[in-house]
Each structure stands twice: as structure tokens, then as C-alpha cells.
Design a protein around this ligand. Structure first.
Ligand code: NAD
Length: 286
């Protein structure tokens, strides 16, 4: 059986086009567009590249985006004061602080300071809690992208045995909670899991978010398994995921490629979150 390849690149393009159309319509009707502010501390090359990309993608969708760059000498107090100022700024609808932050700054304090309804990353404890309680909140971009891909592929996870590999706050844990909410039976695996193969063999759906090359291979899974590969690893200059993509093509029923899978969906979901924050803060929705 040849697997259906879930094309994250195409789906993300459709989502970005939809966001762009909605933004254009709000601009015409209300003369307002969503504004995302990204705060970047220091000059970590990967972070600079991520924030530049976020700004570019916002602008391509017709949104306004500003990068505020601060030197690593900024104190925790000064950064918190900057966020509070942006929280109160009516011209700002989405606000994120690019991680990692320098060691002298408490990341959790900074995230807690961001207004819950401008927290486009969905990292604020109240937004994390909303996933668990089923309340309305902002869902982090990667988990949101994963769920959109599953739904768009026409997969109903009700009753499925799902294995989520990885338990980080930004990927594994919220992905598992969203799957529970969608009525899957979820098992989490992590670096201390004794027998990953045993759990993988029982799974109808595997989401791997570990950052380990070749972690999931064809001999570990059952026929027809659905594979969502969140991992991004660099091998000899090439991007690969956590799963043996080639080896699984004949065994899985659905699989996401890397690159071109979850990665582009994360960006599209961030744009959706920014637009939804704008709609809520401005009290408009079509
Ligand atoms: P993390 O380092 O915070 O967490 C990794 C998790 O994987 C931990 O829970 C760890 O216990 C588990 N793990 C590590 N080795 C394992 C093993 N051998 N077996 C089972 N579990 C193991 O990482 P993260 O920030 O959650 O990111 C995970 C991966 O997903 C990375 O490759 C990252 O680049 C990628 N990622 C991709 C996107 C995207 O947009 N596609 C977004 C976020 C993260």
C-alpha cells in the first residue's frame, strides 16, 4: 500500500490565502489590519532568521509586522516593562517574544506577562490551561497545525490508539491533549520510555516530536499507521524528520514529509492566531 502524503506545503498555502482574503476584507471595511509585534533579544542567527520569516509571512498576508530588537544587556525588568507597554498598545494585536532568551531572564515570567489575548504563540499558562479545560484559548501554532492536517486529510481520530513521542510544552504535550479532546486514546513516550517499539506497534496514529533521526522505522509499526512527523533534524546539511520516511511509505496509510509537512503548517497557524487575536480584540468577525 502506498501512503497518502499529507502535503503541508499546499495546505499551508491554502490557509495563508484564506487569511490574506480575510485581512483584505477587514482592511476594506474597517481600514484596519492585524499587527504582530515580535520581540527579539540578542542576535542568535536561527532566531533572527525565524523572526524575519514571521515578519515576511505576515506582510505577505497583508498584515503589519514589527520586529523590536533588544541587546542581550536588557534586564528582565526592562523586558517586562516593554511587554506591558505592548500589552496596552491598541495598535498591537499579536505579541510574541522569540525564544530562547538569555539566561539572566526568566522565560516563564516573560511569557506570563504577555496578555493572554495577544499571546499568538499560545504559551501563556492560561492558554495552555484552556487546552486542558476545553475553554476558548489560543492554541500553540505547531499543535494547531498538526490537528488541521489530520482533519484536512479526512482522518477521524475517534477511538484511535495514538502515540505521541515527545512531551515538550510547545509540541508533544499540547498535541496529546488535543488528540484526547478529539477522543483518541493517547499514550505519551519520551526519552525515558522503556520500550518505544511496543507502544508504536499498538498505535493507529503516531505523532513524533522528539528531534531524533530514524526514531520510528517500518519494523516498529503496524500496517496502515498514520504518521505525523514534527521533528526537524539536520543531517549532512539536509532537513529530515524523526521517522524513516522512505521506509514507511509502503507501510503507512498517511504520512507527512519533512520538509513540506508540519513546518509550513506552523507558520500558517501563527498567521491564523494573529488574525483571530485581531478579530477578538477589535470585536469583528466575518
Ligand atoms: P524538546 O527537546 O523540548 O523535547 C523533545 C522530547 O522528545 C522530550 O520529551 C524528550 O523526552 C523526547 N525524546 C528525546 N529523545 C527521545 C527518544 N529517543 N525516544 C523518545 N522520546 C525522546 O523538543 P521540541 O521543542 O518539542 O521539538 C521536538 C522536535 O520537533 C525537534 O526536532 C524540533 O525541531 C521539532 N519542532 C518542529 C516544529 C515544526 O514546526 N515542525 C515545531 C516545534 C518543534
Amino acid at each position: 500500500m502506498a501512503a497518502n502524503i499529507i502535503d503541508g506545503k499546499k495546505l499551508s498555502k491554502d490557509i495563508r490565502n484564506n487569511v490574506k482574503e480575510r485581512v483584505a476584507s477587514y482592511k476594506e471595511k474597517y481600514d484596519k489590519v492585524p499587527h504582530l509585534v515580535v520581540v527579539l533579544v540578542g542576535d542568535n542567527p536561527a532566531s533572527v532568521s525565524y523572526v524575519t520569516r514571521k515578519k515576511r509571512d505576515c506582510e505577505r498576508a497583508g498584515m503589519k509586522s514589527t520586529i523590536i530588537r533588544k541587546d542581550t544587556s536588557i534586564t528582565e525588568e526592562e523586558l517586562v516593562a516593554l511587554i506591558e507597554e505592548l500589552n496596552d498598545d491598541k495598535d498591537v494585536h499579536g505579541l510574541l517574544v522569540q525564544l530562547p532568551l538569555p539566561d539572566h531572564i526568566d522565560k516563564n515570567l516573560v511569557i506570563r506577562t504577555i496578555r493572554k489575548d495577544k499571546d499568538v504563540d499560545g504559551f501563556h499558562p492560561l492558554n495552555i490551561a484552556a487546552i486542558h479545560t476545553g475553554e476558548k484559548g489560543i492554541v500553540p501554532a505547531t499543535p494547531k497545525g498538526v490537528m488541521t492536517m489530520i482533519e484536512n486529510a479526512g482522518i477521524d481520530v475517534t477511538g484511535m490508539d495514538a502515540l505521541v513521542i515527545g512531551t515538550s510544552n510547545i509540541a508533544g504535550k499540547p498535541i496529546g491533549m488535543l488528540l484526547v479532546d478529539a477522543k483518541a486514546t493517547v499514550t505519551y513516550a519520551h526519552s525515558k520510555t522503556r520500550d518505544l517499539k511496543k507502544h508504536a506497534q499498538e498505535a493507529d496514529l503516531i505523532v513524533s516530536a522528539a528531534g531524533v533521526v530514524n526514531l520510528v522505522t517500518a519494523d516498529m509499526v503496524k500496517d496502515g499507521v498514520i504518521i505525523i512527523d514534527v521533528g526537524i533534524n539536520r543531517v549532512e546539511g539536509k532537513l529530515v524528520g524523526d521517522v524513516d520516511y522512505e521506509g514507511l511509505l509502503d507501510k503507512a496509510s498517511h504520512i507527512t514529509p519533512v520538509p513540506g509537512g508540519v513546518g509550513p503548517m506552523t507558520i500558517a497557524s501563527l498567521l491564523e492566531n494573529t488574525l483571530e487575536c485581531f478579530e477578538d480584540l477589535e470585536g469583528i468577525r466575518e
